[in-house]
Design a protein around this ligand. Structure first.
Ligand SMILES: Cc1ncc(COP(=O)(O)O)c(C=O)c1O
Length: 408
């Protein structure tokens, strides 16, 4: 039966959300109804190039055929068992994900925040069971301006007041040091420290790339001091920076890697804690879990994602297209761009505040058919799907130039 409710316009749909949806987001006024590859279409049929890619959840583009096919195939067979029983998809997913990251064991979860929460719990348990930290004394050292998610424990170690205010009391046991500062880390890590938890590149902070040697320094320091290096690669990982993991730029293997976003191929939420055996084997039945973590649909899509990454094609594209992005942004310096940071197909672009806030620039770009997201003041973030073509990327950069120079 066809619906008797007339189709609603973008404006009507935005208005209809207002009284019934929590106001915890401030989306751009575009209502997307379909998408393919790097392109999305709104309900009026206007097309936009997606230069955000779901904060890297859509690294392989919208509805990548191999991922959609894997999902369809699995939907027709088995979708959920819970971990009360085994399912026939989980072993392969875990084997291949561990091999892809150079680690040993996998704890499957769903969202990024859950992977971070799980990583925190695993690091604490390791500190008590293996390192011998006295009960309830474990500390975790984190970086200022981090973004690891939104749960109560995670916002407990955020330095963003908007994310924290009104949500206390907070979970104790975290020490915050400046990012990209090995001396501060050296001072903060002591015999109670379970782990150093950082983003190899700080995404939400504006794509902050640390100095060369920082990640290798964190690896050396954590090894020397006897604590874990936990790398949150939820946004930086799975091809975005031109490597499978961003830590590979410094040939570093952390003890624990947190993955999410693109692991679900833009189809289902899939996240994971991937770690050395000595670390993840601290968990025993009943100590941690998730009804949906490791479900067969997630495992099937996650395996298809790993398969795409095993080819190396997406890492290569991110490197090559990253050059196009970097050169394009360099040419915009002085033409509305006051600075930028990039690695692979990922950039934080500081726009001259005289031109407008990041939000205003994002709205102007939207009107020109380009979707981006601002972060902090006058910074916009560019993270298109790794399937974007060089021509599409160059087109987006030309539109950015027009918007910044007032020609649009
Ligand atoms: C580095 C990092 N960690 C964790 C998260 C949280 O992921 P989720 O929104 O899936 O909970 C994000 C989300 O932006 C992130 O960028």
């Amino acid at each position: 039966m066809t619906s008797v409710v007339p189709a609603r316009t973008s404006a009507e749909l935005i208005g209809a959300e207002e009284p019934v949806l929590a106001h915890n987001y401030h989306p751009l006024p575009v209502v997307v109804s379909r998408a393919e590859g790097a392109w999305v279409e709104d309900v009026e049929g206007r097309r936009y190039l997606d230069m955000l890619a779901g904060y890297s959840a859509l690294n392989f583009g919208h509805r990548h055929p191999a991922l959609v096919e894997a999902a369809h195939r699995q939907l027709d067979r088995l979708t959920l068992t819970s971990r009360a029983f085994h399912n026939d998809r989980l072993a392969e997913f875990a084997e291949r994900l561990a091999a892809l990251t150079g680690l040993d064991m996998v704890l499957p979860m769903n969202t990024g925040a859950e992977a971070v929460e799980s990583g925190v719990k695993v690091a604490r348990k390791w500190a008590y069971d293996v390192k011998g930290v006295p009960a309830d004394r474990a500390t975790i050292v984190v970086a200022a301006d981090n973004f690891h998610g939104r749960t109560t424990t995670i916002v407990s170690f955020s330095t963003d007041e908007v994310a924290r205010a009104g949500f206390g009391p907070f979970t104790p046991g975290f020490r915050v040091v400046p990012y990209n500062d090995l001396a501060a880390l050296e001072e903060a890590v002591d015999e109670t420290t379970a782990a150093v938890l950082i983003e190899p590149i700080q995404g939400e902070a504006g794509v902050i790339v640390p100095d060369d040697g920082y990640l290798a320094g964190v690896r050396e320091l954590t090894r020397r001091k006897g604590c874990l290096f936990v790398a949150d690669e939820i946004q930086s990982g799975l091809g975005r920076t031109g490597r499978t993991l961003a830590v590979e730029h410094e040939s570093v293997v952390p003890d624990v890697v947190l993955l999410g976003k693109a692991l679900g191929g833009g189809i289902v939420p899939v996240s994971a804690v991937v770690a050395r055996r000595e670390v993840l084997q601290v968990l025993h039945p009943g100590e941690h879990g998730s009804t949906f973590g490791g479900n067969p649909l997630a495992a099937a899509v996650g395996t298809a994602v790993v398969e795409l990454l095993e080819t190396g094609e997406f890492q290569r594209r991110a490197t090559e297209l990253g050059e196009v992005l970097r050169e394009g942004l360099e040419s915009l310096e002085g033409k509305g761009v006051v600075g930028f940071r990039s690695r692979g197909l990922w950039a934080g672009v500081d726009v001259d505040p005289a031109i407008g806030t990041g939000r205003e620039v994002s709205e102007r770009l939207m009107r020109e058919g380009i979707l981006v997201k601002d972060t902090h003041g006058s910074t916009i973030r560019l993270a298109p799907p790794l399937t974007i073509t060089a021509e599409e990327l160059q087109g987006a950069l030309r539109t950015l130039e027009k918007v910044l120079t007032g020609a649009a």
